[in-house]
Structures are given as C-alpha cells and as structure tokens.
Design a protein around this ligand. Structure first.
Ligand SMILES: [Zn+2]
Length: 481
C-alpha cells in the first residue's frame, strides 16, 4: 500500500496542488441473525478501493476507484485535479485549512478476541441459545438475536508528510422479543434496540452482554406489556435509561453542534441547527450540572479512532461545561470560521468512495454521582423510561418527541407499575435545562450508534455516546401514537 500512497504523493507534486491526501481502504463486515430458532441471515462482505482529495486553485477535487494500481492512482489524481479546476471557475472563496502536525503512526483498536476469527458455529451457538431462552416464554410471537462485526484497515498519506496506518475493529449484538395480540405489537430489546449494542472491541464485548442470561427477562417484559397500563399524559419527573439518553444526546446535542450543519452546508438533506454562531462561548444549553465532551480517545466507543480522515489526531474537547455551550465539532476546513486554530478531529468518510464530512465522535454526557438505585430512591414520583422505540425532531433540532419500549412509574422512591406505549416531548434547551441529576461513573456506559445518516450522497457513520441514567424535571409525557 505504501507504493500506492507514494504514487499519489508524486502525482500530487507533479500537478503542484496546495494540499492532497489519499486513503486506501479495505473493509469487511459480517452479519448473523437468528429468528425463531432458524438462521435468518448469514452474510460476509468485503470491499476495497482508494479515494484522493486535492486542494487546487482554492477548491476541493475528489475522485476514487476500486482498482488498486499505480496507473489508476495517477489517472484518479489527474481527475481530482480537473474537478478542482472546474470548481474553481465557480468559487466564492478559497478553501483554507488550519494547521495540523504531520503524523507518522500506526494505530489499531485494542482487541482481545478478533471477531472475524471467532467461528460462525460459535456465534450461532450463542445466538441460538439466547433465541431458545426467549421462546420459552409463553406469548412470544417473534424472537430475534443478532451479531455484527466490522473491520476497516486504512492507509492515509498527505502532502504535508502524514503517513498513517489505522485498523478499526467493531463488534456488537443484541436480542429482541416481540409479542403481538390482535393489532397490538409490543417489543423489548437488549442491550439496545436496532440490533443491539456495539463497541470498538473484539467479540469479548458480545459475550460480556450476557444475551442468554437476559433473554427470558426481556421476553417476559414484552408479553407483560400487552396487559400493562398506558403511560399517563401529564407533566412529571422523567428518568431516562442509558440507551434512550444516548439517542437524546445524539439528536439534540450531537447533530446540532456539527459545524457544517450550522453553516448551512447540510441544509438540503440532514438539516440546519439552532446552535447559531453567536452562541459559542455564552449560550446556556442546559443546567449547571451538564458537562458534554466530544472524545474520540475513549477506549471502546464507536466514535474512537487514532486519526480522522483529515489526518488530525483524535482529541477530547469540552462541548458544554457548566451548562454553557463552548465548541462545535470541526474539521480542518471549518475550524478557522469559529476562531479555532486547530480542528478538533471529526472529519470522517464512509469508505473510500466518499469525501470526509464532519461526524460525531463519542459525544458524552459526563457522569455525576451515585447509583441508579440511589437516583430512584431520591425521586418522589415520576416515570422511568427505557430503550428507544421511535423518535422525531425538527430540522433545527429544537422540538422533539421520543417513544420508548417500556416505562415504570416511580412512587415514593420505588419503581411501581409497568407502563406501555410511553412517549415524551420537549424543546432542546428547556429540556436540558431541567436536568437535575446524573448517575455516577459506575452506571456510565458508551452506547454505540452504527447507523447515523448524513451527507449527499448519503453516508452512514458509526458514532457513540457515553451516558449514565439521568433525571429531568417537569417533562411532558404521554402515549406513543
Ligand atoms: Zn445521526
């Protein structure tokens, strides 16, 4: 691969570009799913190619190919230069990149058990066992268990001297039980909805979820939901579990702080943001206990890596401190617009044939104090909601509505009745302003989101959110439609 990246650097020098980089990428994915005791999905796919980006005459040119050869690298580099030249005739202003030191490094996800080396038989054994446990529960209509793993091996080089080899390995899995009676459909998932929980790690994380040990509980809850009382419509204290809070962070903090969205370049597809430029450094995003970080250096998060696709080293930065909004997610091209001298390292592409754009890393609500039991004991009355089932939020990320799979009432510091079809609504800064207690580090988990969509053409990013169960006051709750 070194030969290909050298070919690119030579070609870029010949054309006299201002800046250029190449990413050569090999990717692999394996997905397995078992439904009602039968193997429903067993797929293995892989893909390789390279993409080159040049900054020439003040404009970007990007081109890519799946053919890994010296001639093709030369041809694609020329094409990228021609695209930049064509764009230059229409440009409003020159693209400017903030500085980044040159990095010559090799980085890899720490892995105990390579997920691609674990046999399909081993994985099926685990998934079938979890499936069987769910199906022991009377009233279950469908039981699904699944596991996925991903590997991305990337060689990055740029004209400023960076030369980075990076391997990212991800693994995850989950179970889901569905109970149907007439028109009513109830679902419970574990550890999270939409194919489970994910980490940058080996298969050891999937084993650590104890899918088999949780299967009967999850299935029983799905059946019990059919006869549970509806969630009341009222204004009350709301406690959110980790998976739901992770999605709340994703939609109402992660997306609105993406600087490209703030600047309007994502307006046509993914939307805008209410966190307009004058808000940096002063806007009260939420209550005083709210501390949000963007941290790509955390071990195990789906947003963890060594370097982004600008060749910028992974960083941990404060996004919100004491409830005050401090910084956006930036890349080398946009950081200077908000007065930053360095990118905070969030430019990532979905594979070799896409340009990198600003993506969340691990966007975390930092922990507070105490256990989940302490939090419930400290709550006189309210509702505890768990595991996302539906969501909607407007283009500027202000008005939102979330439904969860299940809820329990909280009465005098104890969990009471199970409640079905729970839903809550809010307005982003007001909702975060009502945050008054966050559980401690012992309850803090990094929840992986492997399906974040953005960009044109569409790109899927793997991101994550470290959170602990938290409490919000005076929230409008009701019945999910
Ligand atoms: Zn998203």
């Amino acid at each position: 691969m070194k030969e290909l990246t050298d070919n690119f650097l030579n070609a870029a020098q010949t054309f006299g570009v201002q800046y250029g980089d190449i990413r050569v990428i090999e990717r692999a994915h394996e997905g397995i799913a078992v439904k009602n005791g039968k193997v429903e999905e067993l797929q293995r796919d892989s893909d390789s190619g390279f993409g080159v980006r040049v900054l020439h005459k003040g404009c970007w040119g990007f081109a890519s190919s799946r053919e890994l050869s010296a001639n093709e690298v030369a041809r694609i580099t020329k094409l990228a230069v021609e695209i930049a030249e064509a764009s230059a005739t229409l440009k409003k202003e020159d693209v400017r990149l903030v500085d980044e030191p040159a990095h010559k490094e090799t980085w890899a996800t720490p892995v105990q058990e390579d997920p691609f080396a674990v046999s399909i038989e081993d994985k099926l054994k685990l998934l079938l066992a979890a499936n069987e446990e769910m199906r022991k529960v009377e009233g279950i209509t469908n039981a699904t268990s699944s596991a996925d793993c991903f590997r991305e091996h990337q060689w990055f080089a740029n004209t400023e001297g960076s030369d980075i080899e990076q391997t990212i390995i991800e693994a995850g899995g989950g179970i889901e039980a569905v109970a149907v009676r007439g028109n009513e459909f109830q679902r419970r998932s574990y550890p999270n909805s939409f194919r489970g929980q994910y980490h940058t790690a080996g298969f050891e994380v999937v084993r650590s979820y104890d899918l088999v040990g949780n299967a009967q509980r999850i299935a029983t809850e799905a059946v019990q939901l059919l006869d549970a009382d509806e969630c009341p419509s009222t204004t009350t204290t709301l406690v959110l579990d980790g998976p739901q809070l992770a999605l709340q962070v994703h939609e109402s903090i992660g997306h609105p702080i993406e600087l490209d969205r703030v600047l309007g370049s994502e307006a046509a597809y993914a939307g805008m943001s209410f966190v307009t430029l004058e808000k940096k450094g002063s806007f009260k995003y939420g209550s005083d206990i709210m501390h949000v970080t963007a941290d790509a250096t955390l071990p195990g998060g789906l947003g963890s890596f060594g370097f982004d696709d600008d060749g910028v080293q992974a960083q941990r930065v404060d996004i919100i401190k004491d409830g005050v909004f401090l910084d956006y997610l930036t890349n080398r091209e946009t950081a200077h617009i908000v007065g930053n001298s360095r990118s905070n390292g969030t430019n990532r592409a979905d594979g070799w044939n896409r340009i990198p754009i600003i993506r969340m890393t691990n966007i975390n609500l930092e922990p507070g104090e105490g256990s989940f039991d302490d939090l419930i004991a400290d709550t006189k009355d309210g509702v505890y909601m768990s595991t996302n089932r539906s969501w909607s939020i407007d283009d500027r990320r202000v008005n939102f509505q979330f439904g969860t799979e299940i809820a329990w009432e909280i009465v005098n510091g104890k969990l009471g009745r199970m409640l079905k079809n729970p839903n809550y609504t809010g307005i982003t800064p007001r909702f975060w302003g009502s945050l008054d207690r966050i559980c401690g580090p012992e309850e803090w988990v990094i929840w992986g989101t492997p399906n974040c969509g953005k960009g044109q053409p569409s790109q899927t990013a793997h991101v994550a959110h470290g959170v602990a169960p938290s409490r919000f006051r005076n929230v409008q709750i009701g019945i999910r439609g």
